[in-house]
Design a binder for this molecule. Structure first.
Ligand SMILES: *[C@@H]1O[C@H](CO)[C@@H](O)[C@H](O)[C@H]1NC(C)=O
Ligand SMILES: *[C@@H]1O[C@H](CO)[C@@H](O)[C@H](O)[C@H]1NC(C)=O
Ligand SMILES: *[C@@H]1O[C@H](CO)[C@@H](O)[C@H](O)[C@H]1NC(C)=O
Length: 233
C-alpha cells in the first residue's frame, strides 16, 4: 500500500492537518475466520461484495490515553478491499502528559477535514456515523451524546467507493510515517450497525484486525455480543 502512503503524505503536507487515516497496510486474507495483523488498523472489518454497505455507525466512550502519541478511533466504509475510504472519527492524543482530542472526516484519498464546534472529554459517549448516499456522495456525523452536541458534513469525491467493507477501527495513523501509538486503554464500540441494501447487520462474524509492529502485537481485538472491543496491550 506504499502508493496510498505516498499520496497521504503529500496531502497532509499540503493541508497541514495532522491526521491521516489510510487504507489498511496488510496482506489481508479474505477468509473471515483469520485474524489479520496490520501495521495500522485494529478492530473489526465486515467484508462483502461490491455495492453492499450504505452506512456504518458505532458509539464509544472517549478514552484517556497514557504514554505518548496518538490513536484514531473511527468508523468507515471501504479501505480493506478498495483503496478509497469514507470515514469519520476522533483522535486521542497525549503529548508531554497533556491529553487532547480532535475530530475529523475524510474521503480517502482526498485530504481529511477537522470538525470544529465539538469538543471531547474522557468518558464522553460519542456516536460516529458514515453514510454513503451513492458511491461518490455521503454524510458524516459525530455526536457527543453526553452533551447532546452534533456535527455533520456532506462529502463528495471523484473517487468512487466500492462499498465492500464496513469497519470499526482504532488506527495508528500516518503523519509523515506512522505516528507514535499511544496507550488508549480499551475502546469498546457499542450500538454497532452497518446498513446494507437488504437490511442491517452487526459486527458478529467480522474479521478481527490487530496492529503488530516488528513482530510485537500492540492490540487485542474481539467481537462479543455485538460490541467491538479493542484493547491496547
Ligand atoms: C461532551 O460532553 C462532555 C461531558 O458533559 C463535555 O465535557 C464536553 O465538553 C462535551 N462536548 C461538547 C461539544 O459539548
Ligand atoms: C459507482 O456508481 C455508478 C452509478 O451507479 C456506477 O456506474 C459505477 O460503476 C460505480 N463505481 C464503482 C467503483 O463501483
Ligand atoms: C521496526 O524496526 C525498524 C528497525 O529497527 C525501525 O526502524 C522501525 O521504526 C520499526 N517500526 C515500527 C513500526 O516500530
Amino acid at each position: 500500500m506504499a502508493s496510498f502512503l505516498a499520496t497521504i503524505l503529500l496531502a497532509s503536507a499540503a493541508v497541514a492537518t495532522p491526521l491521516a487515516a489510510i487504507p489498511v497496510d496488510a496482506a489481508a486474507p479474505s477468509d473471515a475466520t483469520y485474524e489479520v495483523l496490520s501495521s495500522n488498523w485494529a478492530g473489526a472489518v465486515l467484508r462483502k461484495d461490491a455495492d453492499t454497505f450504505k452506512a456504518v455507525t458505532g458509539s464509544f466512550k472517549v478514552p484517556k490515553p497514557t504514554g505518548s502519541g496518538s490513536a484514531a478511533i473511527w468508523v468507515g466504509i471501504d479501505g480493506a478491499d478498495c483503496g478509497v475510504i469514507l470515514q469519520t472519527g476522533v483522535d486521542a492524543t497525549i503529548k508531554n502528559g497533556q491529553v487532547s482530542y480532535s475530530s475529523w472526516y475524510e474521503w480517502f484519498p482526498d485530504p481529511s477535514h477537522v470538525f470544529t464546534g465539538i469538543e471531547f472529554s474522557a468518558g464522553d459517549e460519542v456516536t460516529l456515523t458514515a453514510t454513503a448516499h451513492s458511491n461518490t456522495t455521503g454524510t458524516v456525523t459525530i455526536e457527543n451524546k453526553t452533551k447532546n452536541k452534533k456535527v455533520s458534513s456532506d462529502v463528495s469525491s471523484s473517487h468512487a467507493l466500492c462499498q465492500k467493507d464496513a469497519e470499526w477501527i482504532v488506527e495508528d495513523y500516518s503523519s509523515g510515517g506512522l505516528v507514535q501509538f499511544d496507550n488508549f486503554g480499551t475502546v469498546t464500540f457499542t450500538n454497532n450497525v452497518a446498513t446494507t441494501a437488504s437490511g442491517t447487520v452487526g459486527p458478529a462474524g467480522a474479521q478481527i484486525w490487530d496492529i503488530s509492529h516488528n513482530g510485537t502485537q500492540l492490540t487485542h481485538s474481539s467481537v462479543s455480543n455485538g460490541n467491538v472491543i479493542i484493547k491496547h496491550s
